[in-house]
Design a protein around this ligand. Sequence first.
Ligand code: 3H9
Length: 649
Amino acid sequence: MSVVTTQMHGDIAVVTIDNPPVNAASQAVRQGLLAALQATEKSQPAAVVLICSGRSFVAGADIREFDKPFLEPMLPDLLNAIEAATRPWIAAIHGTALGGGCELALACSHRLGLSTAKIGLPEVNLGLIPGAGGTVRLPRLIDPLEAARLAVTGKPIGAAEAHKLGLFDAVTEDDLLTAALTMARDAASQPRPKPLLSREAPAVAAETWNTAIAKLTSKARGQHSPHEAAASVRDALDHDGITALGLERERFMRLKGSSQSAALRYIFFAERTVGKTPRTKGITPRPTANIGVVGGGTMGAGIAAAALLAGLTVHMVERDLDAANAGAARVEGIIGGSLKRGLISQTRHDTLLQNFTTASTYASLATADLVIEAVFEDMDVKKQVFAALEAACKPEAVLATNTSYLDVNEIAASVKDPSRVVGLHFFSPAHIMKLLEIVVPETVADDVLATALQLAKSLGKLPVLAGVCDGFIANRIMSSYRREADYLLEDGALPHEVDTAMRDFGMPMGIFEMQDLAGLDIGWAARKRRATARPASERYVDIPDRICEQGNFGRKTGRGWYLYGEDGTPQRNPEVEALILAESARKNITRQSFGAEAIMARILGCMQSEGAAILTEGIAASREDIDVTMVNAFGFPRWKGGPMFLRDA
Ligand code: 3H9
């Protein structure tokens, strides 16, 4: 059956796109639309309604076609033809009208949105700009600065806002087709609105424009597409529609061939591939409505809040009443924060807190479907918690550990039924960070794995499956490049040089700033724990230990790798720099000077060789698992795809 069909509803032609899952404007869709346009131009219905089946209006061009030469009919030509149609075309929008879908709606003479619909130009997230008139038609329809906001940030807007801006002519809560047919009949009896392409673009003063664009692009860092999107909207204001369309197309085609777009498209699909395993195909997960969390510290509270915000019931257990109250206060603080920021209503806030209990005994976990422990990182402590859970929980309850380094196989082996144990490694703050490492012990049951994946889905997390090893994927790679950064210090670099090189590369923070922020004491404790197991032959850098021995733990003590003044701005720390020089001298290392490129070559090389080892050992199943982890755990620049993508590129 064709992906585009036309049916008459009285004197209105209804053109329906049916191309699951998201009605992407593939070649078949473009061909079908062109045929429908030609047919309706011939049959001359009173008007045409363009609507989509399934979950969404057209969510964009088909990204899978971008690696091959484009096939006729081209989207821009098709949209020009739709805009030039003699009959009114009404875009009836539900779900998401994104990218090429938004552009298709702009080529129609009228736009009607379901109240839950979203519309936007997210092409920048793929390293692109709109390539079928989005940056040309939109600023001719709505305030050009608002058009620039949509194109530069890539963030879609809801139906109410789209209506307020004039992007939707109307919004309906009723049956979309019925409302669209009514709109089509009205449109048929009214004069046609002037096609957007032939409208004059409004003038925007250079100063107003520059200020607004500087703000919109301030978060783009090394990514080119937001700047290009802004330049394309500016072109559209400075030229007539047809000329601007040509300029937009040129820019789009150039960006489509860029390394940033290739990387962003790779990571788009990688994020949708990870967390899938043949092991769970056809397996029914166990229930996850009723969650237990052991530990009410920062991590436990974040996990509890994430589960509450996802609509789950949460029972938190702490070692005594004071700790339970403190944990509850942390959770309430997070949920209260969501209320303050307008993310949830007062009623929702109150309901969420009604779904939350705290206790100082494990008895409250008797009904829990799945329990996540987030207690101190110590094997003996973890084993005690698991023994208590085994005694308190129902036998089919899944028992999960949030450990970030410890051996999950050993934790699993400590209970009678190790098949119920899995690792759920959240990243802090757990209610915000999307990544969830699902650590797969040797003994885990398939349906327990399926349950972990189901929980990730209900929490809105991005799950990556990792095998058991010290640090799994994320922390193992991070430990390895942190060690390399320490070597760089002894070999000749200074902390601010390493951090600047990392930031210039596109990381949100350098490794030393990051450690100061997290607290140097955490790593120090871990190093002390592992001291006896460390091979004598291993190169060991004592500098971080020396800093900690002086009670300097980073930001929280005002001194660490850097010094922090009243305003919290990091300043170079002369004592640390002197210590670094002294350590190089003590080890007879001749210090050399490193440029940013040489620093990054060592850090990136280290990420890549650790990543390769992780793949060889089967800790990660694919390079996508590693790249998605690095992008989402540590802010590896998305527009570079990830360390393994860069290696292969
Ligand atoms: C563009 O339009 C350029 C034009 O300006 C100019 C052209 C000349 N193509 O995310 P989900 C697949 S650029 C192909 O899990 P959700 C996706 O891979 C495009 N496939 O669902 C997945 O496949 P699978 C501008 C696509 O409900 C499945 O659909 N548009 C596309 O969480 C479900 O996706 C965008 O950038 C696509 N365009 O979210 C929008 N989109 O099941 C990109 C999705 O095999 N898409 N798939 O794993 C999205 O943001 C989200 O997918 C969306 C749905 C919000 C639509």
